[in-house]
Write a new protein. Structure first.
Length: 213
């Protein structure tokens, strides 16, 4: 079933987890069928299971779809890897990340706020080599005073049997974010530098472009 929800309804889902795909133009039913088919082929959906109930909402001019993970047989490691690899195409993010980062729902408002919080770790947009990701996650943990967890995470991830399992281990210790999150908060990050082009050439002693042959 496809349900249209408001942002206020979405803000109330602090006790749930799901995958949000951003910029889903077109027919939501086709998105639901396409994701179910893709995830089944890639072994993300297991034992013939599929997403049945999804929610559609509008935010900042985009049509987004929430795929709740309740009672769906998923390989979380493979789903996490797919989200990392396809982020530039689908803008996939976890509901638990979207609420505080996009809608300003503070973590302390969530029912699970008493649980230890995992530090944010910018893995989206990084080189996907598993050793690189393990190193970044370990460094993040150490920077937050969690050296013991960094060592434990590294040992568990290095000893896992596959890329998917290693990624799943990493996500037990850190909250995966994007390297572009900080850039999006900085209004000046993508602006062209302001300079006097003619003055720059003069300062470098070129005397203008006309003298070049």
């Amino acid at each position: 079933m496809i349900k249209n929800i408001t942002l206020n309804e979405l803000r109330g889902m602090t006790d749930r987890e799901g995958l949000i795909l951003q910029g889903c133009a077109g027919n939501p039913q086709e998105w639901l069928e396409g994701i179910n088919e893709m995830f089944a082929e890639n072994g993300i959906l297991r034992n013939g299971d599929q997403f049945r109930d999804v929610s559609v909402f509008e935010h900042e001019g985009l049509t987004n779809i929430l795929f709740p993970m309740d009672n769906v047989d998923l390989d979380i490691g493979k789903l996490a890897m797919w989200r990392l690899q396809s982020h530039s195409t689908f803008g996939g993010t976890w509901l638990s990340d979207y609420l505080p980062n996009r809608l300003g729902v503070h973590v302390d408002e969530a029912p699970h706020a008493a649980e230890p919080q995992k530090p944010d770790c910018p893995l989206l947009g990084q080189d996907g080599n598993v050793f690189n990701l393990i190193g970044i996650a370990a460094q993040t943990l150490r920077q937050h005073g969690l050296a013991d967890q960094a060592k434990e995470m590294r040992e568990r991830a290095m000893g896992s049997g596959s890329y998917d399992q290693a990624l799943g281990v990493i996500m037990e210790y850190v909250n995966v974010t994007s390297v572009y999150d900080d850039m999006e908060d900085d209004e000046d990050w993508c602006r062209e530098p302001e300079y006097d082009e003619e003055g720059w050439f003069d300062e470098q002693g070129f005397g203008g472009m006309g003298g070049m042959t």
